[in-house]
Design a protein around this ligand. Structure first.
Ligand code: GLN
Length: 479
């Protein structure tokens, strides 16, 4: 079975036509992972064997069901990678942190339960920046993930493992989480599609909380259509997540292109600024020209508070991190180092368990929340956040979606930005606004870059309008 470029859509069609069995499918995923993972480090090695065995067992069951002529789920046999901040019952969940190296999940995240119901298979947990903080997967305690296009380059982050696993055909799709760009940025760097849904569209139950008002789970696929298929399976209201919401996403995988063609696309000046690499900017303009020639209407718009988004994010995000990560105290979670008293235990576990970036953010977050500085930093950032949201509300009175670059640069070299946090943070300059505003965003590979490094363009829409960005994306990839 040739997995190169194989999509979920084609796999499911092939399975229906009995061109192969689900067991053959799983064996192909396993073989590809064995061939490629030692170099790319997209999958974490913990429990890789357990996931393989479970997948094989489930595939055999599915093949029996199919042979008996009984119905199977829409994602039957579809091999997926799951970012290691999402819990799969009975298997390790580390967040790529030493502090959770030995932690085993005791329940399934809601998204996992839904994917199991659709008969999808999980081939393993994917690598990330520790607790999903970073833009290159270099903050993982378990080694960097390499970019399948060029192994000297980063795969992006924090969901670098998921993006690389899909890009290298180890799996057909993957889940990641996006707090400030962690799905869209690695998708752009690895030449795959990544969707960050509306805040509340997908349940966060069973996702390790990082910055709870910004975190969303979302899919990776080789095509926009595949991302839509996965999204349609994981979206929906969940009694275990009070922020989740039931929206009718019916027909999201089969858009009405006549309606889609009537959408107006806005292009904000504020996203074409100094620091945007010329090659990336040129490619975004090429996409705009192509969509124009296909008949889409374009309008210039302004999102005036964009320039404050990154500073705002780096106050709100660490603040929430400092509270969320306080649960890793060495008692309920952690290595429980030998210590004379409680304080010593905290100190030992946290200093040995957390990596430098996590410590950095915990300290920063504790500072901005401290009584003397709360108003000056945290409260002010919340007010700026409201303005950023307002910018989008205003813009969406005029246009249906917004088109921008995903990242200011092409994928960078491993090690290039590790000593300069500000440069690293700038990777997310075009992705954090969507999280602050709670709106959906998607990263789609620019077509026709054969032999060159991938570039992504981003589409953003009002809350709950995933159908519009997925629809334009599907139109673009088909025409
Ligand atoms: N790179 C950003 C950060 O480090 C975003 C991370 C994310 O979306 N999880 O916080």
């Amino acid at each position: 079975m040739d997995l190169k470029g194989l999509t979920i859509k084609k796999f499911s069609e092939g399975l229906k036509k009995k061109e192969f069995s689900t067991e053959e499918g799983v064996n192909a995923f396993i073989k590809t992972i064995e061939e490629k993972n030692s170099e790319l480090n997209a999958f974490l090695k913990f429990d890789l064997e357990v996931h393989k065995e479970r997948a094989l067992e489930k595939a055999k069951e599915l093949d029996k069901t199919i042979a008996a002529g009984k119905p199977v789920g829409k994602l039957a046999g579809v091999g997926l990678g799951i970012k290691d901040v999402i819990l799969i019952e009975g298997t390790r969940a580390t967040a790529s942190s030493k502090i959770l190296e030995k932690y085993t999940a005791s329940y399934d995240a809601t998204v996992i339960r839904k994917l199991k119901d659709a008969d999808a298979l999980f081939l393993g947990k994917t690598n990330l920046d520790e607790f999903a903080m970073g833009s290159s997967t270099e903050n993982s305690a378990f080694g960097v993930t390499k970019n399948p296009y060029d192994t000297n380059l980063v795969a992006g982050g924090s969901s670098g493992g998921s993006a690389a696993a899909v890009a290298s055909d180890m799996v057909l799709g993957a889940l990641g989480s996006d707090t400030g760009g962690s799905i869209r940025q690695p998708a752009a760097f690895c030449g795959v599609v990544g969707l960050k849904p509306t805040y509340g569209a997908v349940s966060r139950y069973g996702l390790m909380a990082m910055a709870s008002s910004l975190d969303q789970i979302g899919p990776f696929g080789k095509t926009v259509e595949d991302a839509a298929i996965l999204f349609s399976k994981i979206a929906g209201n969940d009694p275990y997540d009070a922020t989740s919401y039931a929206i009718d996403y019916k027909n999201i995988t089969e858009p009405d292109f006549k309606e889609i063609k009537n959408l107006t696309i806005g292009v904000p000046d504020e996203y074409f600024v100094e620091g945007l690499e010329k090659e990336v900017g040129d490619e975004i303009h090429r996409v705009i020209e192509e969509l124009k020639s296909q008949g889409f209407k374009f309008k210039k718009i302004s999102l005036p508070h964009t320039k404050y988004a990154l500073s705002c994010y780096y106050i709100v995000q660490p603040a929430e991190v400092s509270t969320n990560l306080s649960r890793f105290d060495g008692i309920r979670y952690g290595t429980r180092e030998k210590a004379k008293n409680l304080l010593e235990l905290y100190k030992k576990d946290k200093s040995e368990g957390f990596g430098p970036e996590s410590k950095h953010r915990i300290i920063l977050g504790t500072f901005v929340l401290s009584s003397g500085y709360y108003d000056a930093y945290y409260n002010k950032a919340q007010r700026v956040r409201a303005l950023i949201k307002q910018d989008f509300d205003e813009a969406f009175k005029d246009v249906d979606v917004v088109l921008t670059p995903v990242t200011p640069t092409l994928p960078f070299k491993i090690g290039e930005k590790t000593m300069d946090p500000l440069q690293m943070y700038l990777s997310d300059i075009f992705t954090v606004p969507a999280n602050l505003a709670g709106i959906p965003g998607i990263s789609i590979p620019v077509k026709g870059r054969v032999g060159k490094l991938p570039v992504g363009f981003q589409l953003m829409a009002p809350r709950w309008r995933e159908a519009d960005i997925l629809g334009i994306g599907m139109y673009y990839e088909r025409n």
